[in-house]
Design a protein around this ligand. Structure first.
Ligand code: ACO
Length: 375
């Protein structure tokens, strides 16, 4: 196959266009507000809101594992795409909170939905996981090796949250988002992508216990090594710079400017990070879909949940150019630029699905009018 080298990636010239043809998301029922947290620890709604923009987050039930969240999102995405689980050739679950080491969470989703012929595996790139998985699926679908992939970003971050560390536990929530990926003739779909990693910075955001480096012992549990650790200030700095550079890279590859972008779906970690990126890119916050105030940071689930909500709420219009950007542990980061098309007439959203979208009219007004004044 004839190829050309672009930066550090290889783009086969013959890759056919690949689109997202259906999305779905799921947030667990239980909501934990900042006021609830203030009753549990030395924090305030004011501190959390001004530092992060987060007001509340969804918390999975004790008997809900990551694959349970992922399965709900997968069913909704398939329904919207007008496809069944048996149509799937591949399932990729991006997560840092798999149900267990093995089998993979993707295999558990396969079992739950009955995707008999799908090849299934997990992908670990922390908060960048969904974009990395989407690009992986694009390569398989784009090359013609497979027809249909299901890409899921799902995390039960509260399972690895240290509730005694107020600097991190206020940031995270649980959820899952899914996208069905196919080639759609005559549609540009994914236009350009960028992915990058820097393992030298892994120590700034990590979970030290339970792996082969520090297998679980009574001492690792006592030392709280099974919880996420983060150097917040450093992560903040790199998050802004790297999402900015990935976004510029995809725009350059697509020969577009930020003014060509109609809608931005950023990783939903912190409103201050998003505002800093908006200022540096020169794109108004009105173009950004924000749900972190209701969800907190859901790692790999953040982008696909936001994408699903934004598409169903009409925040992303038919034909819109959408820029997605992510940053996470590893470090990993990336961006994806795509042209959005509504599901085809045969793939209409059922009223049952539409009613599940928790985007109020007040929120829709807020997105279109004064998002920049929110925080
Ligand atoms: N409530 C009240 N006070 C708090 C809390 C809290 N929940 N947490 C920390 N503080 C205090 C600290 O103790 C400190 O007090 P001191 O000055 O007396 O020592 C003070 O607030 C400032 O703490 P900082 O950590 O310096 O606060 P900062 O302004 O850096 O904000 C935050 C912290 C929100 C975590 C920020 O650094 C951040 O958002 N970082 C990026 C996180 C991120 O984007 N992660 C993305 C990837 S996540 C992933 O991949 C899973």
């Amino acid at each position: 196959m004839k190829t050309k080298i672009v930066a550090n990636e290889i783009v086969p010239k013959t890759l056919r266009s690949v689109s997202i043809v259906g999305t779905g998301s799921y947030l667990p029922k239980r909501i934990l507000t900042n006021a609830d947290l203030a009753k549990m620890m030395d924090t305030t709604d004011e501190w959390i809101t001004t530092r992060t923009g987060i007001k509340e987050r969804h918390i999975a039930a004790p008997d809900q594992a990551t694959s349970d969240l992922a399965t709900e999102a997968a069913r909704r995405a398939l329904r919207q795409a007008g496809l069944t689980a048996e149509d799937l050739d591949m399932i990729i679950v991006a997560t840092v909170t798999p149900d267990m080491y093995f089998p993979s969470t993707a295999c558990s989703v396969q079992k739950a939905i009955g995707a008999k012929k799908a090849v299934c595996f997990d992908l670990e790139a922390a908060c960048s996981g969904f974009l990395f998985a989407l690009e992986t699926a694009r390569q398989y679908v784009g090359s013609g090796a497979i027809t249909t992939a299901l890409v899921i970003g799902a995390d039960k971050l509260t399972a690895i949250t240290d509730w005694e560390d107020r600097a991190t536990c206020v940031l995270f929530g649980d959820g899952a988002g899914a996208a069905v990926v196919r080639s759609r003739p005559g549609v540009r779909g994914i236009i350009a992508t960028a992915m990058a990693s820097d393992g030298n910075l892994g120590h700034l955001l990590y979970l030290p216990g339970g792996g082969s480096r520090n297998p679980a012992t009574a001492q690792t549990v006592k030392d709280r090594l099974h919880f996420l650790k983060m150097a917040g200030k450093e992560v903040f700095k790199y998050a802004v710079g790297s999402m900015l550079s990935a976004s510029k890279e995809v725009l350059k590859k697509a020969n577009m400017t930020i003014d060509d972008v109609d809608c931005v779906i950023p990783h939903q970690a912190n409103m201050r990070i998003i505002r800093a990126i908006g200022e540096r890119l020169g794109s108004p916050l009105e173009k950004y879909y924000i749900n972190l105030d209701r969800t907190g940071n859901m790692s790999a689930a953040s982008i696909p949940v936001a994408l699903d909500e934004a598409a169903r709420a009409g925040f992303i219009k038919h034909g819109a150019i959408v820029l997605m950007m992510a940053f996470g542990g590893g470090f990993t980061w990336g961006a994806t630029l795509m042209e959005w098309r509504k599901p085809e007439p045969s793939q209409k959203i059922s009223s049952k699905d539409a009613s599940r979208v928790r985007v109020s009219n007040a929120q829709k007004r807020r997105f279109s009018t004064n998002a920049s004044n929110l925080w």
